[in-house]
Design a protein around this ligand. Sequence first.
Ligand SMILES: Nc1ncnc2c1ncn2[C@@H]1O[C@H](COP(=O)(O)OP(=O)(O)OP(=O)(O)O)[C@@H](O)[C@H]1O
Length: 879
Amino acid sequence: MEDGTSRPSGLKAPGFSSSVHGLHEMSDSQNNTRAQLTSTSYIGGVKRNVPAPGNDSPFISHNNNVAHNGNIALLPDAKRKPTGKSIELKAKPSTTMIAGARAPKGTSLQDLTRGSGTSGSNIGSYRQYSNSSYTSNSSYASSVGPGGRPPSRSHTRTRSATRPVRSATAMGIRDDGQGSNGTVPQEEPAPSTFAAQPVRKKFSKSLRKIQSTQGLSKSKSKRIPVPINDIDEKVGRMNDELAKLKHFMESTERNSTNVKDELELSKKRMIALEEEKMEIQSERARLKDQLQDAERQVSRLQYDIEEQQSRYERRYKILEEDHKRETELRTDEFKREIEKNEKLQQEFESRCGAEAEARLESLSQDNKELRSTLEKQKRDHEHEVRLLHEAIQRRDTDVRRIEDELRKANNERFDLQTQIRGNNETIERLRKRAEDAEERLSKDKGHLGGQISLLSSTLDLKSERIQTLEENAKKLQAECELEIQNTKLAAERKIAEETALLRQRLIKEEERRHKLFEQVQELKGNIRVMCRIKPPSDPSKDALIPFKPQWNDIDEDKIDGLTIPTLREDPTEPGKMLPGKPRDFNFERVFDEKCNNGDVFDEISQLVQSVMDGKKVCIFCYGQTGSGKTFTMSKRQGDGDDGVIPRTQGMIFSEVERLKMLGWEYTIEGSYLEVYQDKLYDLLASRHSKPEPLAVDPLGDELNIKGHDFTLLNDACDLDEMIKIADNNRHVAATVKNDRSSRSHSILVLKVTGVKRDDNGEIIKTRKGTLNLIDLAGSEKPDKNGPPQVYKEGIEINSSLSYLRTVLSSLGQGKTEGVDFRSYTLTQLLRPSLGKGCRTLMFVMVSPLKENENETIRSLEFARDAQKVKMGGSAKSKK
Ligand SMILES: Nc1ncnc2c1ncn2[C@@H]1O[C@H](COP(=O)(O)OP(=O)(O)OP(=O)(O)O)[C@@H](O)[C@H]1O
C-alpha cells in the first residue's frame, strides 16, 4: 500500500479504495472477518476485493499486471489497530498486490482472463464475469454500503461481546458454512458477534487446506499459480460468509435494541426503588420522632406519679396521727364511763323496789255482751252499704238507658241523611234527563213542547219536595243535636249530684264509722289485753306446757282463752301427783304458735286507725325475756312478716293520703325514747358524746318532755330512717335466754295532727292523736353468776316492771286519783296513755316451754290483772 492514503476508517488501501468503500466503519469482528476475507482475495497473488455495492469501480480490480505471472500472491496478515472503533488493515509494503498501475508478477494475464480476449480489454471482460459471478452480492451492497450502515455499530459490537451464547451461535455459522452455493438461509437464528471467530477460523482453515492441496506456500518466492475457477468459488463462498455476517449484524442490532429496552426498564425500576427507599427513610424519621415524643411523655407521667405518691404518703401520715389522737380520746372517755357505771350500780343496789301484786275481777262477761252489740251494729252498717250499692247500680242503668236513646237518635239522623243523599241523586238524574229532553226538544220543538212543560213542572215539584225534605232533615238534625246536648247535660248534672250525694254519704259514713268505732273501743275497755304464745324452737325435743285453747263463741276461728292444767300432791301419798285445779285465762284474743305478725297486726290495725281519728293509743308488749316482744314489735327482716312498728309506719302514711281525699291535712311528728336504768334518753341523739337524760313533765295530760323536740316526718322514708337510727342506739346484751336481749324499755312516739278547712281556708276541725309503741325489757330472774352489768340491768328492769304492775293494779281497783306514777320513769311516761279517752293494748308474750312455766303463769296473771283496769276519768298523779 504504497500510496498510504489515510481514510477516515483507518483503512489504507491504495487502488483498493473503491473496492473496500463501505466497509471502513464495520465493527471489529466484521472488520476482522473482512480482513481475513480481504486477505483471501490475495490468493494466487491477485487482489480480489469484495464487490462494493453501488460502487461504479470494478468490484475486483483485475489488473493485467496483477495476474501476469499467473501466481497468486498470498497477502500477509492484516494488522489490527487498537485505536479507534475500526480496524486499520495494513498490507505489508512488500506485498505484491493490487497497487494501482503496478504490474503484478508471476501469474500470467492469460491465466487470469481465460477466454477473455486481449489483456487491454480484460477489465471490461472481468467486470462482466465478476458481475455474473456476484449477482447475489447486490443485496449486500444495499445493506452494508456507505448509506445503509447503522451509526453505532462499533458500540453494538462491544455490547455484543458480553453476550453469553457465543458457542451456540458459532455452531450455526459453521453449519451454514457448508453451503457451497453461497445462499444464506433466511430463517437462520442471528449469530452473536463471537460467531465470527469460528467462521474466521474455519475460513482460514479451508484456506490453509486449499493452500496445502495446491502446494501453496506463504513464501513470496514460492508462488503457486491457482486456477481462476477455484478462486471464484472461494470468493463466492466468501460472499456467502459476508451475507451471513450481514444477517448476523442485523440480529445483533436487534439484540442491542432489546438490551437497550431492558436497560431502560432497569433504570426506571432503579428510580422507583430509589423513590421507595426515600419514602421508607422519611417514614423511619417520622416514627423516630414519634418514639421520642412517647419517651418524653412517659418520663413526664413517671414524674407525676412520683409526685402524687409522695403527696399521698404525707396525707397518710397526717391521718394516722389524727387516728391515734382520736383513739386515745375514746379510750379515756370509755374509762370514765365505766367508773360512772360502777357508781350507779352501787347506788342501785341500795334501792330495791317492793313488789306488789293486786288482783282484779274478771270483766269477761261484760266483754261478751259488748261484742254481741258490736256484731249487731256491724250488720246494720253492712245493710246500709248494700243500699248504697243498689243506688249506684240504679244510676248506672239510667246512664245506660240515656246512652241507648242517644244511639237511636244518631241512627235516625243517619237514615235521614241517607234519604237526602238519595233524593239529591234523583234530582241530579232528573236534571240530566231534563237537559237531554230539552236538547231533543230543541230539535223537535213542536212535538214535545207540552211534554217539556210537564217535565218542568214535575221538576219544580220535585225540587220543592226536595227542598222541603232538606229543611225537614236540617230541623231534625238540629233537634237531635239539642236533645243530645240536653241529655248529656242532664246526665252530667245527675252524675255530679249523685257524686256529691255519695261524697256526703261517705263523709257521713266515715263519721258514723268513727262514732261506732269509738263506741266499740269504749266497750272493749281502756286496757285491752291480748296474748301471744311463742312457737317452740324444736317442738319434737322441747318439753312444752300443755295449753288448752278456748275458742271464741262468736268467731270460731279465734282463741280467746287458755287453760293450763296443774298438778297437786296427793295428801295421802306424799310424792304422788294428782290433777289440780286448772288455771283459766281469758283475753280479748290469744295468738297461738301458728299465728304470724300479720295476724297480730290485723287485730290491732283499728287502734292505729283511731290515732288518725285523734285518739291517744298505747300498745305495749310485756313478757319474760326471750318471749318474742321485739319480734312482735320491731321485726323487719324482709320476709314479708314485719312486726307492728313497720306495718304501722306503712298504714299511717297511706291513711294520710286517703284522708286527704276527704279534705283532711295531716302532720306527723315522731320521737324514739329509751328508759335505761330508770333514766329517759333520746334514742335519736348522737352517740358521739354521752347522752343526757331527759325529764318528763309529771302532771300534764299530754306527754311532755323537757327540752326535747319531736322530729317532723314527711313520709314513710323519714320514719324508717328514724327507726333505723334508734335501733342502732338501743341498749342490748346477751342474757341466758336471749342473745340480743333488750336492756331498756323503748318507746316510739308518733304525734298525729289533722286539720280540716272550709272553702275560705279556715280550720273547722282538728284531730290530735298520739301513738306510743312500747317494747318493754324482759322480766327475768337476774343471774348473779352472769356479767355484773347484766345482773344490775336485770334488777332495774324487774323493779320498773313490778312498779308498772302496782300502778295497773291500783287503776284496776278503780283508783283514779292518788296513783303514784312518779316513782319510776316508765310509769311516768305511760301516765298520759292510761288516762280517760286513752286506748291501751297490752300484749303478753309467753314461752311454751315447760321449763318457763312459772314465769309464763306469772305473766298471764299480770295480764289478767291489767284487764281489770277501768279508766273512768283521767289518771291523776299523786301530788
Ligand atoms: N313468734 C315467733 N316466731 C319465731 N321466732 C320467734 C317468735 N318470737 C320470738 N322469736 C325468736 O325468739 C328470740 C327472742 O325473741 P325476742 O328478742 O323478740 O324476745 P324478747 O322478748 O324481745 O326478749 P328480751 O326481753 O330479752 O329483749 C329471737 O331469736 C326471735 O327471733
